[in-house]
Design a protein around this ligand. Structure first.
Ligand code: ADP
Ligand code: MG
Length: 242
C-alpha cells in the first residue's frame, strides 16, 4: 500500500531551483534513507513532504490527499506525519510532559489524562520516563532528541520524517537516538530518514536514495547502493563519506 507518492516535484527559492524533478513512492512500513551532499535539497524535500514548503510544480500525495491541491487541509494531513529535526526544537518553557501532550490535547485528539498516559508510555519507550517533569535545558542533546521523537509520536502518526536527527549530537549520544529509531523500524513504522549515518542506513533501510543537485540520482537496496552504485556521482560521494 502506497502512503507517499511524489510525482515530478519541483521547488525553487527565487532563481535557485532546489528540487528539479523528484519522483518517489513510499509504501506502508517501508524505511527509506536519503543521503547526499550538503545543499542537494534533502531538507527541502522533507519539508515539502510535510507541507512546510509551497511547491512550484508536481504533486505530493499522502494517502491519496494531494498536498499541492489548494483545497487540501494541510494542517489535518500534517497531524498524521511526525517530523524530527536536527535541532530538537523542543519548547524550552514547557516540561517534557507538556511538550509531548501539547499537540494531542490542543488538537483535541486526546483528553489530558489520555495524553499524559501516552506521554508516559512513549517516554518509557525512549528510556526517559524519569525525566517527565524536567525542562528541556536540563537534558543532554541525546535526551532532548529522544523527547522530540516521543513528541512526534504522540499524535500516532502514520509516517515519521527525520532530518539528520543525530547530526547536532556529541558522538557519544548518537547511539541512543539511533537505538530509539531502530525500535520504530522494528515496530513497522513507515520512515523517511535523511542521514549521514551510513552504517545505520545500511542496517535499517529498505531502500537508500542518493540525492544530488535537486534530483534522485539513484536508489537501491542498501548493499547495492553502497557497494555497487550505478552512477559515478554516487560513487564519488561515497568515496568522500565512507
Ligand atoms: P540539504 O538539506 O541537502 O543540505 P537544503 O534542502 O537545506 O539541502 O538546501 C538546498 C538549497 O536550497 C540550498 O542552496 C539552500 O541554500 C536553499 N534553501 C533552503 N532553504 C531555503 C530558504 N528557506 N530560502 C532560500 N533558500 C533556501
Ligand atoms: Mg539538510
Amino acid at each position: 500500500m502506497t502512503i507517499i507518492k511524489v510525482d515530478n516535484l519541483q521547488k525553487s527559492f527565487g532563481e535557485n531551483e532546489v528540487l528539479k524533478s523528484i519522483n518517489l513512492e513510499v509504501n506502508k512500513g517501508e524505511v527509506i534513507c536519503i543521503i547526499g551532499p550538503s545543499g542537494s535539497g534533502k531538507s527541502t524535500f522533507l519539508r515539502c513532504l510535510n507541507g512546510l514548503e509551497s511547491v512550484n510544480g508536481g504533486h505530493i500525495k499522502i494517502d491519496e490527499n494531494d498536498l499541492t491541491d489548494h483545497s487540501t487541509r494541510i494542517d489535518i494531513i500534517r497531524q498524521n506525519i511526525g517530523m524530527v529535526f536536527q535541532q530538537f526544537n523542543l519548547f524550552p518553557h514547557l516540561t517534557v510532559a507538556e511538550n509531548i501532550t501539547l499537540a494531542p490535547v490542543e488538537l483535541k485528539k486526546m483528553s489530558k489524562s489520555e495524553a499524559y498516559q501516552r506521554a508516559l508510555d512513549l517516554l518509557e519507550m525512549v528510556g526517559l520516563e524519569e525525566k517527565i517533569d524536567d525542562y528541556p535545558d536540563s537534558l543532554s542533546g541525546g535526551q532532548q532528541q529522544r523527547v522530540a521523537i516521543a513528541r512526534a509520536l504522540a499524535m500516532n502518526p502514520e509516517v515519521m520524517l527525520f532530518d539528520e536527527p543525530t547530526s547536532a549530537l556529541d558522538p557519544e549520544m548518537v547511539g541512543e537516538v539511533l537505538g530509539v529509531m531502530k525500535k520504530l523500524v522494528d515496530e513497522g513504522m513507515t520512515m523517511v530518514i535523511v542521514t549521514h549515518e551510513m552504517g545505520f542506513a545500511r542496517q535499517v533501510a529498505d531502500r537508500v536514495i542518493f540525492m544530488d543537485d535537486g534530483y534522485i540520482v539513484e536508489e537501491n537496496v542498501p548493499d547495492k547502493l553502497f557497494d555497487e552504485p550505478n552512477e559515478i556521482r554516487t560513487q564519488t560521494f561515497l568515496d568522500k563519506v565512507l
